[in-house]
Design a protein around this ligand. Structure first.
Ligand SMILES: O=C(O)CCC(=O)C(=O)O
Length: 280
């Protein structure tokens, strides 16, 4: 699937692009069946809310073939190549972000690229993320929210947090509701005064392409409906993270298969019968 010139312009202008109906209900059901098979014993790649609910599952393609299939879909790869203006892309990060009905937590306002630049040594922001909505998603379910055009303003001054010091900060402060590179409130207010806040909502199977520098965040989900998503981040193969040896973030956060992605032509029905892979 090729994006039109007007869709490409919209992405570059606003920092995100919503495309409805990219995946069918049957395909989403195939992915959900895969999620149902995930072994949820405590392990580092499963991040939990303080109440114990699963917040994120990193590298789901290592466990479930349906998620391996998903990130290789031509309808994601071709638009990404168009938006990044580069034919050679690989998978940089992949996660399922859940917000359980009544229980889903917030994500503070942030940009993604500072984490990838500072924590992994990625030099350029020539990357993008794709969020797939796994159910109809409305304002009440804590959808992702964007500040349009905010990706044009560069990297923000971060909000200092007294409780996050060199001794207390850990890996999870890049992954949980207490982010280390969150943004000063006055910066957010100024941008929202000018450009408003727009929600990433839509029907099941909707896809949102978003820029790594666009400011985004999300509210809690106290609605009676889940808000579950898959988020795939692609990078170009000329922009690899540094190899910091033992200081590298774990492979489930900063993926290190740098081969450029080949499209998977199979249908979801062809892989639906696969058994989950056990990951430690
Ligand atoms: O799942 C969400 O609502 C927020 C996710 C997010 O901000 C991120 O992955 O960078």
């Amino acid at each position: 699937m090729k994006l039109t010139t007007s869709q490409i312009n919209e992405y570059h202008e606003n920092g995100y692009l919503i495309v409805n109906g990219l995946f069918t209900e049957e395909e989403i059901q195939g992915l959900k069946d895969g999620i149902g098979k995930i072994d949820d014993r405590p392990m580092p790649s499963i991040i939990r809310e303080e109440n114990g609910a699963i917040r994120s599952v990193f590298a789901p393609h290592h466990r479930i073939e349906a998620f391996d299939w998903l990130y290789k879909q031509e309808r994601l790869i071709t638009p990404t190549q168009q938006l990044l203006n580069d034919p050679s892309i690989y998978l940089y990060q992949y996660k399922l972000n859940n917000k359980k009905a009544f229980d889903g937590g917030i994500w503070e306002w942030h940009q993604d690229y500072p984490f990838w630049h500072i924590d992994d040594g990625v030099k350029e922001s020539q990357m993008l993320s794709v969020m797939l909505l796994l159910q109809d998603t409305d304002h009440a379910q804590g959808p992702l929210m964007f500040i349009p055009k905010s990706h044009k303003t560069g990297i923000a001054e971060f909000q200092p947090k007294a409780h996050l010091t060199a001794d207390t900060i850990d890996l999870e402060n890049s992954l949980n509701g207490d982010l280390k590179f969150t943004v000063k409130n006055e910066i957010i207010k100024n941008m929202v005064d000018q450009a408003s806040i727009q929600p990433g909502i839509g029907s099941i199977g909707t896809v949102i392409f978003f820029h790594p520098n666009v400011y985004h965040g999300s509210n809690a989900n106290i609605s009676p409906y889940d808000r579950n998503t898959a988020i795939i981040t692609y990078n170009v193969t000329s922009n690899l993270p540094e190899d910091r040896k033992e200081k590298n973030r774990p492979d489930y956060i900063c993926l290190r298969d740098f081969n450029s992605i080949e499209a998977d032509q199979r249908s979801i029905q062809e892989i639906a019968q696969s058994e989950p892979v056990s990951v430690s």
